[in-house]
Design a protein. Structure first.
Length: 178
């Protein structure tokens, strides 16, 4: 188990051999595509036996991931998990372009103007999620962060607090989009 770059490096240094594996698991394949690892993944799969089981998990199925599945899997079965999500036409999305130093004030203006019942604010890093949630709390907003450094129990609690209105603002990395 490892990142595509690390696994490929170990193969090239002859520290890792994949000729006897029975199962290859590609988790978050769409993220690997977004991060530019798709060629590494193809090279890794070419090092595995032809008769292996391949499990591919992806939140989205872009064409390149579909092509990867067709190329490296025999008769792939596609399972789509549906959620009882809110229809997109019932979600109001707002964005503004702001200088880095002005982002907090711009967000506060949006929150004051829109007065959302619930809001999700996406940020790039785990640190930013925690820091922004803390700053929003200091400004009187009921905010909570959601990111990959939290335990599963902490994530579940954050989502529960948000869904039930105990935290009106969820500051999250892209983990919440999944």
């Amino acid at each position: 188990m490892g990142t595509p770059g690390r696994v490929l490096d170990m193969i090239k240094r002859k520290v890792l051999r994949l000729d006897s594996i029975r199962v290859a698991v590609l988790d978050e394949a769409d993220r690997m595509l977004d991060m530019g690892f798709i060629d590494d993944v193809k090279e890794i799969l070419s090092e595995t036996p032809e008769f292996r089981q391949t499990l591919l998990f992806s939140a989205t199925m872009p064409d390149e991931i579909k092509h990867l599945a067709k190329t490296y899997m025999k008769n792939p079965e596609i399972l789509t998990v549906s959620t009882d999500a809110v229809p997109i036409d019932r979600i109001k999305q707002t964005y503004i372009v702001a200088e880095w130093k002005d982002k907090l004030n711009a967000l506060l203006k949006i929150l004051d103007r829109e007065k959302p019942e619930l809001a999700i604010v996406f940020v790039k890093t785990k640190f930013e999620a925690s820091k922004l949630a803390h700053k929003l709390k200091l400004k009187g907003h009921y905010a909570i962060s959601l990111h990959g450094n939290l335990s599963q129990n902490q994530r579940d609690k954050a989502i529960h607090l948000f869904r039930h209105g105990h935290a009106r603002i969820l500051v999250a990395t892209d983990i919440a989009a999944r």
